[in-house]
Design a protein around this ligand. Structure first.
Ligand code: PHB
Length: 397
């Protein structure tokens, strides 16, 4: 016997996209159920990116999703680009009057889960979706198994695939589990977490002749750093001393070292699903798109998707109109492709590809010089990095 539950919006995935959508819908009196195949502990402990755009922070704070982002998060008014032995600050505050916040993704998830549970939200951990059916009808279904392995089904007015890069919902929307525009890069990042105080007040993106490194942070006592590496690198193959030597060499020294307690290799991919909607099923977040981590856009793009979709679903329940739902794929795609371009551009500008020629490398250096040496270049970068505004201004989306 299948346990069938009914709701207005069935959401697969308790990541930033799924939880934020559930939260925004709740504020408009719209019910949802979020299912997630991992446990709450796993969701809250998975280390991901750490940078929130200005608009993401505003949405979290203004809708009561996170009180902590403004108190525990750190506002960064700029970043440093380092190359050719010199540092160049990109001053966001001066260039665009905006900022980013360093606030790790798992902290955002903790806040969203706590907020949903406080508000009586229905999040079911350990529940696995296997397929989405009846997308063309007005009662699409999520089919899966509950935490005990028993058959489980959600029948809803809308189904949202917020289920990450290995999305189950993607097949119902695009016709295949992989259907999308895709690109892979010939390098990856070797990421570490270490116990040490911050080495710098802001993030350092360093493009050195020895390869790229990013110095990021997590807290007063924990730092996050990345080294460009081969995608096949075994994260256990380097000793702590080798990692520190490599990082120091790539940023020109000055890093405060400490014990390394986590290592991972992040592969670089760009992906956009061929379709974002089929009937009453929608894709958001990583299910809809993946970006390489260089521009820190992943979480922010997921939140931007659901900001838009929330408005469209609300309009439907308020007026019966499907206009905004119909417009969702095209409107969301504008931001998605701008973020794709920015992430690809930052990635290709900051990394030497294996086999790059002397011409390629000199051209790349010319590009870095162009960006940092003119206000227009720095402003372009600052505008994209802090996130294009949603309303008002030339570049609003
Ligand atoms: C991070 O802190 O994990 C981080 C920051 C900036 C990036 C990517 C990752 O561009």
């Amino acid at each position: 016997m299948t346990n069938t539950v009914r709701t207005q919006v069935g959401i697969i995935g308790a990541g930033p996209a799924g939880l934020m959508l559930s939260h925004l819908l709740h504020r408009a009196g719209i019910d949802s159920i979020v299912i997630e195949n991992r446990s709450r502990e796993q969701v809250e402990q998975t280390i991901r990116a750490g940078i929130l755009e200005n608009g993401t922070v505003d949405l979290l704070a203004e809708t009561g999703a996170s009180d902590r982002v403004l108190t525990d998060g750190h506002r960064h008014d700029g970043i440093e680009f380092r190359f050719g032995g010199e540092g160049h600050r990109i001053d966001f505050a001066d260039l665009v009057g905006r900022a980013v916040w360093l606030y790790p993704q798992h902290e955002v998830l903790k806040d969203l889960i706590a907020t949903r549970l406080r508000d009586g939200g229905d999040i079911r951990f350990g529940v696995t979706a296997s397929a989405v059916a009846d997308a063309d009808t007005d009662a699409p279904r999520i089919i899966g198994t509950d935490a005990d392995g028993a058959p489980f089904e959600i029948v809803a007015d809308f189904v949202i695939g917020a289920d990450g890069s290995r999305s189950v919902a993607r097949e119902a929307v695009t016709g295949s589990s992989t259907g999308g525009y895709f690109r892979e890069y010939p390098f990856a990042w070797f990421g570490i977490l270490c116990e040490a105080p911050p080495s710098a007040p802001e993030l350092i993106y360093s493009a050195s002749e020895h390869g790229f490194a990013l110095i990021s942070q997590r807290s007063e006592t924990v730092q996050r750093m990345y080294l460009q590496c081969d995608p096949e690198l075994d994260p256990t193959s380097m000793s702590d001393a080798e990692i520190w030597d490599s990082l120091q060499q790539r940023v020109g020294g000055g890093l405060i070292e400490g014990p390394i307690f986590q290592r991972d290799v992040l592969r670089f991919r760009s992906f956009v699903a061929h379709q974002l909607r089929h009937g009453r099923v929608f894709l958001v977040g990583d299910a809809a798109h993946t970006v390489p981590p260089t521009g820190a856009k992943g979480l922010n793009l997921a939140v931007a998707d659901v900001r838009l979709l929330n408005g469209a679903i609300q309009e439907f329940y308020r007026t019966g109109s499907t206009t905004q739902l119909d417009e969702f794929p095209e409107r969301a795609s504008k931001r998605i492709w701008r973020a794709q371009h920015f992430s690809w551009w930052m990635t290709s500008m900051l990394h030497a590809a294996p086999g790059a020629t002397e011409f390629d490398e000199r051209r790349r250096r010319g590009e870095l010089e162009s960006v940092v040496s003119s206000r227009a270049g720095r402003q372009y970068l600052a505008e994209a990095y802090t996130g294009w505004p949603f309303v008002g201004g030339d570049s609003a989306l």
